[in-house]
Design a protein around this ligand. Structure first.
Ligand SMILES: Nc1ncnc2c1ncn2[C@@H]1O[C@H](COP(=O)(O)OP(=O)(O)OP(=O)(O)O)[C@@H](O)[C@H]1O
Ligand SMILES: [Mg+2]
Length: 258
C-alpha cells in the first residue's frame, strides 16, 4: 500500500494547465524526486499535495484517505509537511525561535496562548524549545541556534528550512529545492541529512534542480514537462529515457541560443 497517491491531479491557472493529469504514488520509506524544467509544475504539484492550493480536478490520497480538499493545517497535522522554495524564515528571529514557532503547528496551545503566556503555553513552550534545540543540533545548527536568521549563510538557512519542516513531525516531507545555493560540500552534507531523516522513518518527496544530487539520492524519479508526467522510474531508467533527454536537451539548445 503506497503512503501517498496522486491520481489524475490537475491544476489550471486561467488558461494555463500548470499540473496536467498527473498520477503517481510514493511508498513508505522512499526518497522520491520530482524533476523537470523551470515552470514544469513541480512547486504547484507540491502545493496541491499539501493542500496549500485547491486542485482543479483529481485526487490526493494519504494512507488511503482522500485528503484533496482538506485544509492545509489538517493535512500538516496528519504528517504531510512541505518546506518552501520561497523561504518563510523570519529573518529577525533566532534560528531556535523560528523552529519553536513552527512547532506550534503540532501544539495544543494556540499561538495566542503562546504569546499571552498561559500555563499550558508556558509548559508547551519549554517542551518546544527542547525539541527545537534537538532538531537544530541534529541538523548541525546547534552552534548558531541563537543567531538571528538574517545573519546565517545560505547553506544554514536551507538547513533551517528543513528544521522548520521537521518541527511539524512529518511522515511525508516535501522538500522544494533544499540544495539551492549550497556549495558541493554543503550539498553533500544536506544529502546525508535527508537520507538520515528517511532512515528515521520519514518518507521524502524532493524537488531539486541539482541533477547529480537527484540521481544519487533518489529511489525513484517522476519527470514533469509542461505540467505533464513524461516519465517515471529509477535514476538509471530516467537518465536513459528518450523523452527526458529530449525535454532537457531542448532546454539546453535554448540556453546555447543566448
Ligand atoms: N499562483 C499562480 N497563478 C498563476 N500561474 C501560476 C501560479 N503559480 C504557478 N503558476 C504558473 O504555473 C506554472 C508552473 O509553475 P511552478 O512554480 O509549479 O513550476 P516549477 O516546476 O516549480 O518551476 P521552477 O523549477 O522554476 O521552480 C508556471 O508557468 C507558473 O508561472
Ligand atoms: Mg518551483
Amino acid at each position: 500500500m503506497p503512503l501517498m497517491e496522486v491520481k489524475n491531479l490537475t491544476k489550471r491557472f486561467g488558461g494555463l494547465v500548470a499540473v496536467n493529469d498527473v498520477t503517481f504514488s510514493v511508498g513508505e520509506g522512499e526518497i522520491m524526486s520530482v524533476i523537470g524544467p523551470n515552470g514544469a509544475g513541480k512547486s504547484t504539484l507540491f502545493k496541491l499535495i499539501s493542500s496549500f492550493l485547491p486542485a482543479t480536478s483529481g485526487k490526493v490520497f494519504y494512507n488511503e484517505e482522500d485528503i484533496t480538499s482538506q485544509s492545509p493545517h489538517i493535512v500538516a497535522r496528519k504528517g504531510v509537511v512541505r518546506t518552501f522554495q520561497e523561504t518563510t524564515i523570519f529573518k529577525n528571529m533566532s534560528a531556535l525561535d523560528n523552529v519553536v514557532v513552527a512547532h506550534h503547528l503540532r501544539s495544543k496551545a494556540s499561538l495566542l496562548g503562546f504569546f499571552f503566556n498561559t500555563r499550558t503555553a508556558r509548559h508547551d513552550e519549554a517542551a518546544f524549545r527542547e525539541s527545537a534545540s534537538e532538531i537544530l543540533n541534529y541538523l548541525g545548527l546547534g552552534d548558531v541556534k541563537d543567531s538571528l536568521a538574517s545573519t546565517l549563510p545560505h547553506g544554514h538557512l536551507r538547513a533551517l528550512g528543513i528544521a522548520i519542516g521537521l518541527a511539524a513531525q512529518p511522515k511525508l516531507l516535501l522538500l522544494d529545492e533544499p540544495f539551492t545555493g549550497m556549495n558541493s560540500e554543503e550539498t553533500a552534507h544536506a544529502m546525508r541529512m535527508v537520507r538520515d531523516i528517511r532512515d528515521r522513518g520519514v518518507t521524502i518527496l524532493l524537488v531539486e534542480h541539482d541533477m547529480s544530487a537527484v540521481m544519487s539520492i533518489s529511489d525513484r524519479i517522476v519527470v514533469l514537462n509542461f505540467g505533464k508526467k513524461i516519465a517515471e522510474g529509477s535514476p538509471v531508467e530516467i537518465q536513459n529515457n528518450e523523452a527526458v533527454i529530449e525535454a532537457y536537451l531542448g532546454r539546453e539548445d535554448e540556453e546555447v541560443g543566448f
